[in-house]
Structure formats: structure tokens, C-alpha cells
Design a binder for this molecule. Structure first.
Ligand code: UGY
Ligand code: MN
Length: 244
């Protein structure tokens, strides 16, 4: 059946909305029994790589040249240095140069974010981190109790990026149109709404990926009768001119 070339996906210099009907799978070096949907990469001007890894039982990731953050959507992972299995809502961060295996113990779907570390003088690189979102407290964004943020990587100068969960009660919205130097990678985990990206107002729903370039005007309002939730990457804690 032809789809007549129709999709909600949109790729502009300032942003990408990538909906599941446009996902193309590939493999990355060292991956075994797994495929990657590469959503964001330096090829589009991003300063990081974000992909969804789909594993068969026993599947593995290959090595990375940078730091790596994994967040389990479905299934279970075992990873060097992490006690027990990492199940849904579980996450792990590995510093650059940390040689580690990440393997799926069952069919699994995992968010993988990788970034080359930007050192900053007088600050040692951060240590490995792992946990589960259910154990992470949330804070209200700009005093809005209906818009809550969970910070998965410590917000400290040792770490040069953040990965946060943002949960909007139905009808909640960002209190402002944000325009900032940091870029974002975003995966819709639950619910949906309208994302303003640049000069487009786009309907978005669970499973969609969004990349926002630095300075991309952005705003989100949650629609529907269930909360909207997304996982969002942002570069942080570094001078825009680079290493100091
Ligand atoms: O942290 C952020 O910049 C976040 N509020 N941006 C967003 O949700 N688009
Ligand atoms: Mn933002």
C-alpha cells in the first residue's frame, strides 16, 4: 500500500521531528544481535549521537568513542559495573574511556546517548552513575506543580550533559517559548501534545523523536487525558567557546 509520501516527520535546519514511520535501522560497529535507529548525529550538526537500540536476547552494543548513557524502554540489560539488571526506567552512565559491555538478557529496546567529553580545567571527569527513575525525586519547573522534572545525571561540573525526564499533566505547558544555546535530543515516552519547533507547531505522540538545534525556539503543551512524558538530552556546564 502506498502512503502517498505523507508523514508527520519534518527536518529543518533548526529541528527534526522523526516519527516511527520514517525510522530506518542500521548496525554500528561491534553491535551483535541488535540494530540502531540513529536519530541525532554530527552529520546533522548535532554535538552528540542519540539512537534507539533494539536488541534480541543476548544482543550487545559495540564500543563508543565518547561518554555513553543508556535508558531502558523495554526489556532488561546487564552492564559492567552495574549491580543487577537494568529494567524499564533504569539507566546507566559510563564516562569516556570506560570500557564496558552492555548486553540484553531478553528482547529489549533502549535509548543510547553518546557524546565526546569536553574537559574543563580543575574539574575531574564524573564517575559512572546508574539508577532507576522510580527512585529519582521530581521538582516543579518554574513553580508549576503540573510540570515535573527528574534529573538522571548529577547537575555538577564533572558532567557535560544532562538527561532529564519531564512529565506534564494533561493541559500543562512550558511557561515560555525557550530559545537557548543548548541543543536537545528528545524521545516522547508517554502521551502527546503540540510541540512548537522554530515556526512549526507539530502534533507529537509516544515514540516520536525530536532534535532541537541550539537557539531553536521551542514550546510544548500537553493534550489528551493522560500525562505526557519525555526523556530530554541537553548539553550543560560548559563554556560555549569550548575547553577552558
Ligand atoms: O531544559 C530544558 O531546556 C527544557 N525545558 N526544554 C524543553 O523541554 N524543550
Ligand atoms: Mn529547552
Amino acid at each position: 500500500m502506498h502512503n502517498l509520501g505523507v508523514t508527520r516527520s519534518s527536518y529543518k535546519p533548526t529541528h527534526l521531528l522523526q516519527t516511527p514511520d520514517t525510522f530506518v535501522r542500521t548496525t554500528l560497529p561491534g553491535m551483535k544481535n541488535a540494530v540502531a535507529i540513529v536519530h541525532a548525529a554530527p552529520q546533522m550538526g548535532a554535538g552528540f549521537t542519540q539512537y534507539t537500540a533494539e536488541f534480541e536476547a543476548g544482543g550487545m552494543l559495540g564500543p563508543t568513542p565518547g561518554q555513553r548513557f543508556v535508558y531502558v524502554l523495554e526489556g532488561a540489560l546487564e552492564a559492567d559495573g552495574v549491580a543487577g539488571l537494568i529494567g524499564p526506567g533504569g539507566y546507566a552512565y559510563f564516562p569516556e574511556g570506560n570500557v564496558h559491555n552492555v548486553a540484553a538478557t531478553e528482547k529489549s529496546c533502549v535509548v543510547v546517548i553518546e557524546k565526546r567529553y569536553v574537559p574543563t580545567s580543575g574539574v575531574a571527569a564524573g564517575l559512572a552513575v546508574s539508577g532507576n527513575e522510580k527512585d529519582v525525586a521530581s521538582t516543579a519547573l518554574m513553580g508549576d506543580e503540573d510540570l515535573r522534572v527528574q534529573t538522571l545525571i548529577p547537575d555538577q561540573p564533572q558532567y557535560d550533559f544532562a538527561v532529564n525526564l519531564m512529565t506534564y499533566q494533561p493541559g500543562a505547558a512550558l511557561g515560555m517559548v525557550e530559545i537557548h544555546v543548548m541543543e536537545h535530543g528528545l524521545l516522547m515516552l508517554e502521551g502527546g501534545g503540540i510541540y512548537r519547533l522554530g515556526d512549526e507547531w507539530l502534533p507529537v505522540t509516544k515514540g516520536d523523536f525530536i532534535w532541537m538545534a541550539p537557539y531553536c525556539p521551542q514550546w510544548f503543551g500537553a493534550l489528551g487525558k493522560t500525562p505526557a512524558k519525555y526523556l530530554i538530552y541537553k548539553d550543560t556546564n560548559r563554556h560555549p567557546l569550548g575547553e577552558v
